[in-house]
Design a protein around this ligand. Structure first.
Ligand code: SAH
Length: 221
């Protein structure tokens, strides 16, 4: 895949093939939602990582994106979105932790509107740069502490958190629309995905698989 390094700014047949292999692997890992698989086939993940890492962009690993943060592993992105979608549309969607913007791009093909917040401003600027050439009209980015949600755009049908919290921030639950779903990694060293579904004032929780995310931190920088 070394040739990918010289093709960072352009998508290519070679990159599309690497993505097709990634999608096949996601199928063998149990991802069944064809719309999620199609979205991951379309978004050029190698354009979201540093040039020197483009050759690993389609491996099933998290990769560094600077500022001690990582782009999530393709399997985890697919699994989270598939679980959130099950039997419904994503609708108005909030992502906490834009990072390099990759997951927001995937979400944009599946959701009506995507709001993504990131606490590290230079990383958010990079995400904006990464997303610009893809011209995705339904993605909005903001530098903010996502633990507070995004009150100005609430309520959300879907909230997806890309950093691990020790507990579920109340603001996120409050900003869920009726029938809305929230997925968040919970824990410190030992993390698990938690799915929360809102039915009126009842929040139904189900624990999903173990994961490893960077921590959800407080404030912006
Ligand atoms: N979805 C990203 C992966 C992001 S990694 C992608 O596709 O690349 C998690 C991100 O969450 C990091 O960029 C980190 O800075 C951010 N983050 C951590 N705590 C946060 C908070 N309270 N509010 C907003 N972003 C936060």
């Amino acid at each position: 895949m070394a040739g990918l390094t010289s093709m960072r700014r352009a998508d290519s047949t070679q990159a599309a093939r690497a993505r097709a292999r990634m999608v096949e692997r996601l199928r063998t890992q149990g991802i069944r939602d064809e719309r999620v698989l199609a979205a991951m086939q379309s978004i050029p993940r190698h354009l979201f990582v540093e040039e020197g890492l483009a050759y690993s962009a389609y491996d099933d690993t998290a990769l560094p994106i600077g500022f001690q943060q990582t782009i999530s592993q393709p399997y985890v992105v697919a699994r989270m979105i598939e679980t959130l979608r099950a039997g419904r549309e994503l609708g108005r969607t909030l992502e906490i932790g834009a990072g390099c913007g990759y997951q927001a791009a995937v979400l944009s093909l599946l959701a009506a509107d995507v709001y993504t917040v990131e606490r590290i401003r230079p990383l958010l600027d990079r995400a904006r740069e990464n997303l610009r050439p893809l011209r995705l009209p339904n993605v909005r980015l903001k530098c903010a502490d996502g633990a507070l949600g995004l009150a100005e755009a609430a309520p959300f049908d879907t909230i997806i958190v890309a950093a691990a919290a020790l507990g579920v921030p109340q603001a996120l639950k409050d900003q869920l629309a009726p029938g809305g779903r929230l997925m968040i990694p919970v824990g410190g060293n030992d993390q698990r995905l938690l799915l929360i579904e809102r039915q009126g004032q009842v929040f139904r929780e189900s624990w999903c698989e173990p994961v490893r995310f960077v921590p959800l931190l407080i404030g912006t920088e």
